[in-house]
Write a protein that binds this ligand. Structure first.
Ligand SMILES: [Zn+2]
Length: 293
């Protein structure tokens, strides 16, 4: 076989493999109606997701998830396939830009943007052109009622940020809250902006609230988009187990190198990102237990 022919065949095989890989990937974005509800939806764009609620009087949307990508345009088009009612609100889950950037198309349609007071302060301080400053703020709690649907915006304290809202639909017994109650997933990298040990108190508060299903800001393993209280209890148990293991290592003067090498949490080894992020999570807790930071 000539060299050119071998190269040509190799190119064909590569093209076929690439096509097969693409065929297995989920579409870039998708909208799913939450089973058992009349009007609660999840909009997913790549690996981020937001909840939205459709009522006869208008739509309550959440995070635009549009950092450096046209997610908000797709998000609005998806809403428009379901209803022509106006988009009345966009609620930011917390201050992190990968979730809240890109809200301008919503603002242009007349939506009122709402966030926790601390999120607004952060957004104003950082002045990014692609992050729209909220029109209204929440302190401890606010209830939005629209077209027969009630949505509570609740601040339970510091956790993955100092501006996280728990959005609760009391009738549907669903909460939407982002980045700190992951589904069988080890927390991102070194848990930036996470408050220790406050996050454990926040988790206990949320677990004690009335709800059955949790919509997080990212799908879990196998694309699972909705969790339960078991996921929240597991997230708390992970942090408690990790904290206890690192505390012991810190007491034995093993922070950081020995602790990072020796600490294993086999109970969670099947979670997404276990090998990748556990060492960075250990570093975060070493800083807390051995340096007090
Ligand atoms: Zn975040």
């Amino acid at each position: 076989m000539s060299r050119a022919r071998v190269a040509g065949m190799a190119a064909l095989v590569l093209a076929a493999l690439t096509a097969a890989a693409h065929a297995q990937e989920p579409p870039q974005f998708a909208t799913t109606k939450v089973e058992g509800t009349e009007n609660v939806y999840i909009f997913r764009y790549v690996r981020h997701q937001s909840m939205f609620i459709v009522t006869p009087q208008g739509v309550i949307a959440t995070d635009p998830i549009g950092l450096r990508r046209p997610a908000a345009k797709a998000y609005i088009e998806e809403i428009r396939k379901i209803t022509k009612a106006p988009i009345k609100y966009v609620i930011y889950s917390h201050s992190h830009f990968d979730h809240i950037a890109g809200g301008q198309p919503f603002k242009d349609l007349g939506a009122v943007l709402v966030a926790h007071r601390n999120a607004k302060a952060r957004i104003v301080a950082l002045q990014r052109p692609d992050v729209v400053v909220p029109d209204q703020v929440v302190d401890r709690k606010r209830t939005i009622t629209l077209g027969g649907t009630t949505l509570e915006l609740i601040y339970v304290g510091k956790n993955h940020s100092d501006s996280t809202l728990v959005m609760r639909l009391p009738k549907e017994r669903i909460i939407f809250t982002v980045d700190w109650i992951p589904l069988q997933t080890v927390p991102f990298r070194g848990m930036a902006d996470t408050y220790l040990p406050d996050i454990e108190d926040s988790l206990k508060t949320v677990i004690a609230m009335e709800w059955d299903r949790l919509i997080p800001g990212h799908p879990g393993p196998d694309g699972r988009q909705i969790g339960t209280k078991e996921d929240a209890r597991a997230a708390l148990a992970y942090l408690q187990d990790l904290s206890a293991a690192v505390k012991k290592a810190a007491d034995d003067h093993k922070c950081l190198a020995d602790a990072t090498r020796e600490i294993k949490l086999p109970k969670y080894e099947n979670w997404t990102n276990y090998s990748q992020y556990l060492p960075m999570n250990i570093e975060r807790f070493c800083d807390f237990h051995s340096l007090g930071i």
